[in-house]
Design a protein around this ligand. Structure first.
Ligand code: SF4
Length: 584
């Protein structure tokens, strides 16, 4: 097969349109049935007859995709969901004694691959009507590959899997009661106290699951997975909702649980964390919603560099047109000829038991300022004061600025995307709508969108407002690593073109490093006090923030991307001693 056809019949409701599409296909015009309307009314495309002329996707671009497969793809599919549906080629292979990462964009088959590895989904090898057989067929299919040995072990019951799902926010919908009861119930190792302590859950053990925060739910889900007696642990996005300190803690925890008798598989979009947790990595590439190919396993440093380069040499596949590059040095100081857009004296604000103090600072035109700090140290409160949504108790803000604000938690409704983003479609099609890939979502209602889709719409909504200062609270949440890098460019270009400024609160270090000109740092005790300083130049701000976390960063020699040094390694100790936490 050289090409595949993907048809979304949900988006092709009108029979008249289907008949029209069938009538314009040149193959159908010769009397053959390339595009067919099935007895149940669904439209299907015969991939063997289709010549890829491109006429039908033009008639229904949201419903039909015709995709040419790479010539180099000679393997058979591992799984296909149905006729004209998503195909997965190859699977990742966990290695004992190692943490293996999976890196790829959303919709490329990571969840399908994980379900197959976990034994939850039996692969059909592209024959979707096939009656499920035992493991012999699967072992035979993977003969001569590392996956063969893995499935042999699964078939003999030698591998027991524990799986942490991606969407921890769904847990309260199916699980009721206190955290302590849930953890005790799943504790097959008798280690519940130790694990709860390591994941800093002691203070919330008696809380109801329905009342804990996203970051707490994430750590409870990780604890519940680890407490199971398994030898393959799968963590699907273990750091969403966590701040950087918690991300590092969870990474160290996951690394510490590995020994030669078990293996760990991690899906993660935060590249600094993926790099830090994993020994090995598989890339998944292909076309979102159409097909996914799992690359051979690579050492993690090399795998992430290959991902950034967009080209897999061994497999001779280019999966992105451009290479992603990082600057070698911290950004050069910008000249502030464009002037200050707002400044503040010492601001104070008390909210219940929480006290915020922000030391004097200012924001210049054309600046993008990253905001770094633990959860609960007042980032949102500070942003709301600058936006005049909240009034400070003491201190002055010099200038009233027009602020557009994207909150951390996104609200949905039954409005259509195209209606919500009217201005962006009208004025910023090339700057916002196309790069954020919003056209395919345009006729969906907000409450029909996935987390990542809603995030992209909320960012576009924030940017389409006419403002001097754009405040984006956790814009990278739910986005894959590719979308995060695209988003950095969209925000950069937009702010420069508009002559405005932006404040970005985020916990992805690579994203913040890539996008920011300066940094504001939040210190203090979560939920008790927050101390805001800056904006600092990148080097000064990062040094201050990383010192708090006791981690040091180095730049990768090939790509200049930030990497976390191994704790107590020679470089880590040298950088700490010289006070250069942010690159030596
Ligand atoms: Fe027919 Fe294929 Fe052309 Fe579509 S792309 S009109 S199915 S030949």
């Amino acid at each position: 097969m050289t090409r595949i056809a993907i048809v979304d019949n949900e988006k092709l409701k009108e029979m008249q349109l289907k008949q029209y599409i069938a009538s314009i296909c040149p193959i159908n015009r010769t009397g053959k049935e390339c595009i067919k309307i099935e007895p149940d009314g669904k439209l299907s495309i015969d991939e063997h007859l289709c010549t890829g002329c491109g006429i039908c996707p033009k008639a229904a671009p949201l419903a039909i995709k015709i995709i040419n497969l790479p010539e180099e793809l000679t393997t058979n599919p591992v799984h296909r969901y149905g006729e004209n549906k998503f195909i997965l080629y190859s699977v990742p292979t966990p290695s004992f004694g190692k943490v293996t990462g999976i890196l790829g964009v959303n919709g490329i088959g990571k969840s399908t691959a994980i379900k197959i590895i976990a034994g939850v989904l039996k692969p059909n090898f592209g024959e979707w009507g096939r009656i499920e057989t035992g493991y012999e067929g699967i072992i035979d299919f993977f003969k001569g590959t590392e996956a063969q040995g893995f499935f042999e072990k699964i078939s003999k019951g030698e591998i027991k899997v524990a799986y942490k799902p991606q969407q921890v926010d769904l847990i309260p919908k199916t699980t009721k009661g206190k955290v302590i009861d849930l953890l005790k119930k799943v504790d097959e190792k008798g280690e519940f106290k130790k694990i709860a302590n390591e994941l800093q859950l002691d203070n919330i053990l008696n809380n109801e699951i329905s009342e804990i925060s996203g970051g707490e739910l994430q750590r409870v889900a990780i604890a519940a997975t680890v407490l199971k007696n398994a030898n393959l642990y799968i963590f699907d996005e273990p750091t969403s909702y966590l701040d950087i300190k918690q991300r590092i803690n969870v990474s160290r925890f996951i690394k510490s649980m590995i020994d030669e008798n078990n293996s760990v598989l991690v899906v993660e979009h935060d590249l600094v964390i993926l790099d830090y947790i994993c020994d090995l990595v598989h890339l998944i590439y292909g076309k979102e919603g159409a097909y996914g190919i799992v690359s051979g396993v690579k050492p993690v440093r090399n795998g992430i560099n290959v991902y950034l380069s967009g080209y897999i040499k061994e497999e001779n596949v280019r999966f992105r047109d451009s290479t992603i590059k990082f600057a070698e040095k911290p950004p050069i100081k910008k000249k502030h000829s464009a002037g200050i857009i707002t400044s503040w004296g010492k601001i104070e604000k008390k909210l219940g038991n929480f006290a915020l103090t922000a030391h004097k600072g200012s924001i210049h035109k054309n600046e993008i300022i990253g905001m770094l700090g633990e959860n609960g140290t007042g980032k949102t409160t500070f942003v709301r004061i600058l936006a005049s949504v909240l009034k400070q108790d003491k201190g002055e803000i010099s200038q009233k600025v027009r602020v557009s604000y994207k909150p951390q938690y996104l609200e949905s409704s039954d409005e259509l995307v195209v209606d919500v983003l009217k201005d962006a479609f009208h004025k910023h099609e090339n700057q916002i709508i196309h790069p954020l890939n919003i056209v395919p979502l345009s006729l969906k209602k907000l409450n029909e969108l996935s987390g990542g889709e809603l995030q992209r719409v909320a960012i576009a909504y924030c940017l389409q407002q006419d403002a001097d200062l754009y405040l984006l609270d956790e814009p990278s949440a739910y986005l894959d690593s590719e979308q995060r890098l695209i988003l950095s460019k969209v925000i950069r270009d937009f702010i420069e073109h508009k002559g405005a400024s932006a404040l970005i609160v985020d916990h992805d270090l690579l994203f913040i490093d890539y996008i920011s000109d300066k940094l504001i740092v939040f210190e203090g005790k979560p939920a008790i006090e927050g101390n805001v300083t800056g904006p600092f130049e990148m080097e000064e701000g990062m040094n201050r923030f990383l010192k708090e976390l006791s981690i040091t960063l180095r730049r990768d020699a090939e790509t200049n991307r930030p990497r976390v040094n191994k704790l107590d390694s020679r470089l880590d100790m040298e950088q700490k001693e010289s006070g250069k936490y942010y690159y030596s």
